[in-house]
Design a protein around this ligand. Structure first.
Ligand code: PLP
Length: 449
């Protein structure tokens, strides 16, 4: 670990300034001894109190691909808060919520054109799972209640998400709250087979056949849905092997199981197409999204649902509520205004196409780090990449943290999960900024122990 003085983080005035905020997914005590505080942001950079800039290597938390302070979004939010700051969407509507749903449906694969809004990715996941159960119930197959997730999956922190998720540490303490009927597919990462693959690994399509075994074990009549991230982001950019998702799709269809793609990270352009579904040519029954939908400016998530699922749920008496689910802030007007402005900028500047172009630059840049010290694997897909380091003997995670801290000193805000460094730069980055990010990381890797 490098010394505190070397971090050059601006200090807050006293420790009590930091005490009250219980930080999420953070080592609170360590942070409060080594605080990193940003006070502004502009384009692809965060700004610290003393004016130093940090390149936003992960687009916030995968959520600000258009960069910070986009004037179009700022203007839309300002206008909306003055015009209609809140309206319920339970038995009342407002124009922008219908408009945003229609616009998102236009971006989605054909047939997925009904949109349910939430406030976050976790809620989007839980809503998608509930839609799956409600659908089977409405079809007269109420026995289909089992959810199949995948090892190493991150689906947020709701009860559905931690049940379907596959990060052992996130599940351990909360097991008692976990949904009772879940099972998991194996994850698709096998370093021996795919280390340093560029884009999709050629090996691993057969891992989807594990779903057949789960169907044989539990019987298809008990399984509602399979949920997967097309690319696992939070656990270190784990890229789907060629043919793997196609095979999952085929098995789900054959057994009447819904396929849900968790596109909270991949949605809205990250892989160089609107959604991973289109990038990969594999169309799920439900896509859940969040994050980049509003460029991270106002929280908003949701589920994009196949029309046939929606229609099935619309069969009851016309005056009855068809789906007993929703959030006070589902389709919040300000979030919708931010979402519409985000879609305008994405389309107006062809930023999804730009993400596809930059993806090639990122691929070359990160793979050039292959022979640097401690590098165990490098993975990339779309405008996302991960550099996995060998853990320091007896100190897992220490090397990742040191890279993060030295990265800050070198002008990078990187994201580390244990010893894996993830990068998903903004779509507005220049090619030079992406190359510089990798070069700065090279310098950091050469300096760490
Ligand atoms: C794939 C995936 N699903 C769900 C979530 C949860 O989203 P949120 O943090 O908005 O609840 C995340 C967050 O990173 C995610 O990566």
């Amino acid at each position: 670990m490098i010394g505190r003085s070397a971090l050059i983080f601006p200090r807050m005035s006293t420790h009590t300034d930091l005490a009250a905020f219980w930080m999420p997914f953070t080592a609170n005590r360590y942070f409060k001894q080594h605080p990193l505080v940003v006070t502004g942001a502009e384009g692809a950079y965060f700004i610290q109190a003393d004016g130093r800039r940090l390149f936003d290597c992960l687009s916030g938390l995968w959520c600000t691909p258009l960069g910070h302070g986009r004037p179009e979004i700022v203007a839309a939010v300002r206008a909306q808060v003055a015009e209609l700051d809140f309206a319920p969407t339970f038995q009342v509507g407002h124009p922008k919520v219908f408009e945003l749903a229609a616009r998102i449906a236009q971006c989605a694969p054909a047939g997925l054109d009904r949109v349910f809004f939430t406030n976050s990715g976790s809620e989007a996941v839980d809503s998608g799972l509930k839609i799956a159960l409600a659908y089977h119930h409405a079809r007269g197959e109420a026995s289909r209640v089992r959810i199949i997730g995948r090892e190493r999956a991150y689906h947020g922190v709701g009860i559905g998400g931690i049940s379907a998720g596959g990060i052992a540490a996130n599940r351990r303490v909360f097991g008692a709250l976990s949904a009772p009927f879940v099972d998991h597919l194996p994850h698709t990462h096998d370093a021996a087979q795919m280390r340093f693959s560029r884009g999709q690994p050629a090996w691993g399509a057969h891992l989807a056949d594990a779903l057949e075994r789960l169907v044989a074990l539990h019987d298809a009549s008990t399984i509602a849905a399979v949920i997967v991230e097309p690319m696992q982001g939070s656990t270190g950019v784990i890229v789907p092997p060629v043919g793997y998702l196609e095979r999952l799709r085929e098995i789900c269809t054959r057994h009447g199981i819904l396929l849900i793609f968790d596109e909270v990270i991949t949605g809205f352009g990250r892989l160089g197409a609107n959604f991973a579904a289109q990038c990969l040519g594999v169309i799920p029954d439900i896509i859940v999204f969040a994050k980049a939908a509003t460029n991270g400016v106002i929280p908003l998530g949701g589920a994009i649902v196949d029309r046939r699922i929606y229609d099935t749920l619309m069969r009851g008496p016309e005056q009855a509520i068809e789906f007993l689910h929703g959030y006070t802030y589902s389709g919040h007007p300000i979030a919708c205004a931010a979402g519409l402005a985000t879609l305008d900028v994405l389309a107006g500047e062809n930023l999804v196409g730009r993400a596809a172009q930059l993806a090639r630059v990122l691929e070359d840049a990160v793979h050039s780090l292959r022979d640097e010290p401690h590098v165990n694997d490098i993975r990339n897909f779309g405008l996302a990449a991960a550099v996995e380091l060998r853990p320091r003997e007896g100190q897992p995670g220490a090397r990742g943290r040191e890279v993060f801290e030295r990265g800050v000193a070198a002008g990078l805000l990187l994201r580390f999960t244990a010893d894996t460094i993830a990068m998903a730069p903004p779509f507005i980055s220049s090619e030079e900024e992406i190359v510089n990010m990798a070069e700065s990381l090279r310098g950091v890797l050469r300096r760490i122990a």
